[in-house]
Design a protein. Structure first.
Length: 568
């Protein structure tokens, strides 16, 4: 009996210990969870949250929660010396800006000069400062100052038109917010420890101003108003906006290496867009695209307009100069052409050049938004399809550029083909003026339509009778596969050969249809440029159907090139 009671007591004690251990583990887990939640809450704390917890006398002045430090002391001193800064800066602006305005002066004007220029009584406010740590800027100190200015300057432009009419135009109600970048480089062991300082408008967040004819209303002559406004914005963009930088020598020396220099080219193929927002009440939008790296009128590229189409196909090629890969973007803006009226923006997108691998084509679909700065728009505005290739200068022999096969030539081939001064070398060794060469990539494209998967059902019995139509866009050559009855996963394994005269500017369109006795239903399409074919020679891949709820097309493509050169 005592043995049995010992077992029962032992079991009871054991169960008790197990329960106690389990509760202890549970309590420890709860404490850990609470601690993790507390740490997470602290991580999300803002300055306002901390001020609710700490009274003013306990709030340390050195505690900051933002990357940019406040500059109350600098603003206080700037207010005191602003009258002297105004006098000096006004003369400096007049001497430096007038030549730039003259450079960008629109053709409708014969003269554009300052008749009055003072910066007013309101000093700018510096709202933050930060030190930029960049590996590419070794041996330098880079500082960024965020500035806001709602000024009351007295700026009057003396404008004369081609017909001899003089117009005194006042620039007023200036509102500006931006970030200026200062680069102290090179660092030296001689006071003040740097040889020169470069300055640039790194980021232009806001620039608003109004133009007013003294004694009249400039809105009555909108062409003049728009021309002057574009001139002012272009002059600002081209004279001081990053990557342009102004260099102020501090110590004697040659600082030409600090000046802005192109570092490469960006090849862009604007392929197509899909599901664009319709801006027209009757019919469909007439979309065209504007592409740029720097928003200067002479550097912006405009595509052709595709009339009455929400899924336009452009297949156009553009080239841009790149000056700073680490900070620049390619921007695409899609507009609806309204004829004589101002075009209406459908949407815009951009891609950072630092995301591109030199020498490698990047195929991207970019979602269009209303505004690139304020990303609050959730409306679906469509997508745009691009092919991008960044070609750094000096790397011509390390990769093949499908948009310019000259890049694949060796140094010896280039030396034989042309002289060092850009002239052709004749058979007798004499140089002759070099002629421009348009590269025409000719060849045979073999397309094998292997199969399709998960096609949408359009028949009453939940099946389809699919076939594929293949179209070369430039030549409008059409072929089609056989019809396969009652299947959503057809297998064709049919090969078609196309002779392509200009592969760089052609494209392959594959349309999948459902065969019907009384017509045909479109199931979807695949649009392919020949860039990948030129690069890889041969590949097999699966492509999703556009304009379809489901479905993929499995293809094998082979390219046999026959490059020729045509002199123009």
């Amino acid at each position: 009996m005592s043995f049995l009671s010992g077992i029962i007591i032992g079991i009871a004690v054991g169960v008790g210990l197990i329960i106690a251990y389990a509760r202890a583990c549970s309590m420890r887990s709860t404490r850990r969870t609470d601690l993790a939640m507390t740490v997470a809450a602290f991580a999300r704390m803002t300055v306002q949250d901390s001020r609710k917890l700490l009274s003013k006398e306990f709030y340390p002045s050195w505690v900051v929660f933002t990357r940019r430090q406040k500059l109350t002391w600098l603003n206080s001193h700037l207010d005191k010396i602003w009258p002297y800064v105004d006098e000096a800066a006004s003369e400096l602006i007049r001497n430096n800006v007038e030549p730039i305005l003259e450079q960008y002066r629109p053709v409708v004007l014969s003269s554009l000069k300052f008749s009055k220029l003072t910066l007013g009584t309101v000093a700018p406010q510096f709202t933050g400062v930060s030190i930029v740590d960049e590996e590419s800027n070794s041996g330098a100190v880079t500082m960024e100052l965020e500035m806001q200015w709602d000024g009351n300057p007295n700026i009057v432009l003396d404008v004369k038109t081609r017909v001899g009419v003089g117009l005194p135009i006042q620039v007023k109600n200036i509102g500006f917010t931006g970030v200026f970048r200062l680069i102290f480089k090179p660092l030296v062991d001689e006071f003040p420890c740097f040889g020169a300082v470069s300055y640039s408008l790194r980021e232009k967040k806001k620039l608003d101003f109004k133009l007013k004819i003294i004694g009249g209303d400039i809105s009555s002559i909108p062409a003049i108003s728009d021309a002057i406004e574009e001139t002012i914005r272009d002059a600002l963009e081209d004279s001081i906006t990053w990557p342009v930088r102004k260099i102020v020598p501090i110590l004697p020396g040659d600082y030409s290496d600090l000046e802005l220099k192109p570092v490469g080219t960006l090849e862009v193929k604007l392929v197509q867009a899909k599901n664009l927002t319709n801006k027209d009440l009757v019919g469909k939008s007439d979309p065209y695209a504007v592409l740029y790296i720097r928003p200067l009128r002479d550097r912006m590229k405009t595509s052709k307009t595709i009339s009455n189409q929400l899924n336009p196909i452009w297949n156009e090629h553009f080239e841009f100069i790149v000056e700073d890969v680490s900070t620049q973007h390619l921007t695409v803006r899609i507009f609806d052409d309204e004829g004589v009226q101002a075009s209406e923006l459908i949407g815009c997108a951009h891609v950072a050049l630092k995301d591109l691998v030199p020498g490698k084509v990047k195929d991207v679909w970019l979602k269009l938004v209303k505004d690139l700065e304020v990303q609050r728009d959730t409306k679906d505005r469509g997508q745009v399809h691009l092919e991008l290739l960044y070609c750094p200068f000096g790397a011509e022999n390390t990769f093949t550029n499908p948009f310019n096969p000259d890049f694949s030539l060796t140094t010896l081939e280039k030396a034989l083909k042309s002289g060092v001064d850009g002239t052709d070398v004749s058979a007798h060794g004499k140089t002759v003026p070099q002629k421009k060469k348009d590269v025409i990539v000719r060849g045979v494209l073999s397309v094998t339509v292997i199969s399709a998967e998960d096609l949408p059902a359009v028949d009453l019995l939940g099946k389809s009778d699919p076939y594929v139509v293949l179209i070369m866009k430039k030549s409008e050559t059409k072929v089609k596969t056989r019809v396969l009855n009652e299947t959503l996963n057809p297998v064709w394994n049919q090969t078609f050969d196309f002779v392509v005269e200009d592969a760089l500017h052609d494209m392959l369109i594959l349309q999948v249809f459902d065969h019907d006795t009384f017509g045909k239903d479109k199931l979807g399409r695949v649009i392919l440029t020949l860039t990948r074919c030129i690069l890889e020679g041969e590949f097999q891949d699966s492509f999703p159907l556009e304009d379809a709820k489901s479905g993929r097309l499995n293809l094998h493509l082979k390219w046999t090139p026959q490059p020729i050169y045509r002199e123009t």
